[in-house]
Design a protein around this ligand. Structure first.
Ligand SMILES: [Zn+2]
Length: 271
């Protein structure tokens, strides 16, 4: 049976308790953000002690736009990414998820950025860490990077919620299913202000609570040949939405939805 994964969320529930409850609910995998306080190893160790494998590490993205710029900030961010790759390798987390832009006004792509992305990916290959570029806003950056990094060691993280609320007109899996290495599954209400796309719509809701066509998602996953876990990405927004009930109850519902999607995917695979 296909494995199931879930992210650590922000919010009031301490991360250890979240991992306890994930394991209790029956999830196989977790993932979380790289931790600037050097706690990545501690989180990974705790997860594994609970029987949770670590699917990936999520890179910070607040300054990612600087990657394209010939500035001290751009250089510092590039060096930080190398550090994060080292940190991931040290604790045997072999996938690092990266955004390629942040916000609605990224700088244009530029040669220096591609040099950095290529060098970073070569370094990651040496360390055994797969870089997974994730879809977000409708900018060409992702597509240009995917074209520039043709080493099959690195690949794509399909975020189906982002596909719905940022780029409903782009079939990301038609473009990158053959390079799929990881999934971020969650729901939302789509683009609520046409012509004014932004993170407001990126709600990170439980599957089947929003308007995403999960039959379509299941079909895309089933046809991709991707063998990895179905991994759900919840955030502090999700935690806030469910703050009126115990985290254990949220986790149980998350498991029910995960199992429902798994059944849909497996039915399609068997047909
Ligand atoms: Zn995501």
């Amino acid at each position: 049976m296909r494995k199931l994964g879930i992210s650590v969320t922000g919010g009031d529930t301490p991360w250890r308790e979240q991992m306890d409850l994930m394991a209790e609910a029956g999830f196989d995998y977790t993932f979380f953000d790289w931790n600037a306080d050097g706690q990545t190893a501690e989180w990974a160790e705790y997860a594994r002690a609970k029987g949770l494998a670590v699917d990936s590490l999520h890179a910070p993205f607040g300054k990612i736009n600087a990657f394209w710029e010939d500035t001290a900030e751009g250089e510092a961010y590039y060096r930080l990414m190398l550090q994060i790759i080292e940190d991931a390798a040290k604790v045997q987390i072999n996938k690092l998820v990266m955004h390629t832009t942040v916000g609605n006004h990224p700088p244009q792509t530029a040669p220096l950025g591609f040099v950095r992305y290529r060098k970073m990916c070569d370094f990651a290959t040496e360390k055994g860490v797969h870089i997974c570029f994730e879809n977000l806003e409708p900018f060409p950056h992702l597509h240009e990077i995917m074209a520039a990094i043709d080493d099959p060691f690195h690949g794509f993280c399909w975020d189906c919620g982002h596909n719905l609320c940022y780029t409903p007109h782009v079939d990301m899996m038609a473009l990158y299913a053959d390079r799929l290495m990881c999934l971020h599954l969650h729901d939302n209400y789509g683009v609520t202000q046409p012509g004014n796309i932004d993170f407001r719509d990126d709600q990170h809701m439980l599957p089947f609570d929003g308007v995403l066509d999960w039959d379509w998602v299941a079909d895309k996953i089933a046809k991709s040949g991707y063998p990895g876990p179905l991994t759900f990405e919840y955030s502090s927004r999700t935690a806030r939405r469910h703050a009126d009930r115990p985290y254990r109850d949220f986790m149980q519902t998350a498991m029910e939805r995960a199992q429902k999607l798994r059944t849909m995917v497996e039915e399609k695979e068997n047909n």
